[in-house]
Design a protein around this ligand. Structure first.
Ligand SMILES: Nc1ncnc2c1ncn2[C@@H]1O[C@H](COP(=O)(O)OP(=O)(O)O)[C@@H](O)[C@H]1O
Ligand SMILES: [Mg+2]
Length: 312
């Protein structure tokens, strides 16, 4: 089978809130698929429906060919889950935790081999509460690997980690992919999605607003490449006269490039204008530019529980 996850017209309603609002996507076997969106967008709700932990309101969901809600007993042996804000028993060591999970799942595992795979062997006998945030996530991944899962669901595994710890979790994710596992990752970090993912779905207020490989998203939603020139202001008019699309850009000007040949033509016009110029460079949109254009740069949807609602 080439598709690990198939979602059609999925809806999840909490009271009057449509937390997931009619979304469709597929995750291919062996890929890293990232669900990218601000806080409150509906990422965890979707993941937990895929994991069989939450019941959907409507729509259809297939994980490894089965409905995770009605086939939870079978599905949970084939998936690995690291929930958002993963925590474990404070006094238990990673080696003890792995033995415990192996017994719960009725699996024979070598705890040291699993810890080596997440680069945590040196902490095998350290209490969980003595480990760093990045090490906690690695314990989570090692525990999720006990049942040798075909898909790993990682819900914001790097939120709140320092840059070095994030990179070391990225290495673990890359290794999962190399081992042939499918990885379903949620994140609100653009660099992370861009670096790790084969494909990305961008979710905003419960709706998918774009899906594709990072390069495809940039090609479809990004602006055309631009040539930036720093020089005399009169250059702008000279280039406009020749039919180029020119916009001022702090201290310089930007010219949209409709083709590679156009860049040469523009530089030629600049050189023969007799006007002064200091420098030029080319600019292309990154995934971050695309995300900001599509989502509006928000880290937060702002529709989470208010202070009043959160009171016990
Ligand atoms: N159990 C719940 N009951 C009511 N509202 C919920 C519940 N879980 C999540 N929500 C709301 O649904 C929306 C989506 O939440 P969530 O899926 O956790 O988003 P994300 O993981 O993208 O931050 C938010 O507005 C959140 O407050
Ligand atoms: Mg979440």
């Amino acid at each position: 089978m080439s598709e690990s996850v198939e979602v059609e017209r999925l809806v999840k309603v909490y009271g009057s809130l449509r937390a997931v609002d009619t979304i469709d996507f597929t995750v291919r076997s062996g890929e890293v698929f990232s669900f990218l969106g601000p806080n409150g967008a509906g990422k965890s709700t979707t993941v937990e429906i895929l994991e069989g932990l939450r019941r959907r309101t409507s729509g259809s969901v297939r994980v490894l060919g089965e409905d995770p809600w009605s086939s939870l007993d079978r599905i949970k042996r084939r998936i690995g889950v690291v929930p958002q804000d993963f925590h474990f028993f404070p006094t238990i060591t990673p080696r003890e935790g792995l033995r415990l999970y192996a017994r719960l799942f009725d699996r024979r595992v070598d705890p040291d081999e699993l810890l080596a795979r997440v680069e945590l062997l040196d902490k095998a006998d350290a209490r969980y509460d003595s480990l760093s945030g990045g090490q906690h996530q690695k314990v989570g991944v090692a525990l999720a690997l006990v049942n040798d899962p075909e898909i790993c669901f990682l819900d914001e595994p790097t939120t709140g980690l320092d840059p070095r710890a994030r990179r070391s979790v990225w290495e673990v994710i890359r290794r999962l992919r190399k081992e042939g596992r499918t990885v379903f990752l949620t994140t609100h970090y653009l660099d992370e999605a861009q670096q790790l993912s084969d494909r990305i779905a961008i979710i905003k207020r419960g709706k998918l607003i774009a899906t594709g490989a990072p390069d495809e998203l940039i090609a479809v939603f990004g602006r055309p490449a631009r040539l930036r020139i720093v020089g005399e202001a009169a250059l702008a008019d000279r280039l406009r006269e020749r039919g180029h699309a020119v916009t001022p850009d702090n201290g310089g000007l930007e010219v949209e490039l409709r083709s590679k040949a156009e860049a040469v033509e523009i530089l030629d016009a600049v050189a023969s204008s007799g006007l002064r110029w200091q420098s030029f460079s080319t600019k292309s949109d990154t995934l971050e530019d695309v995300f900001i254009r599509l989502v509006g740069g928000a880290r937060d949807e702002g529709n989470g529980p208010s202070v009043a609602e959160a009171r016990p």
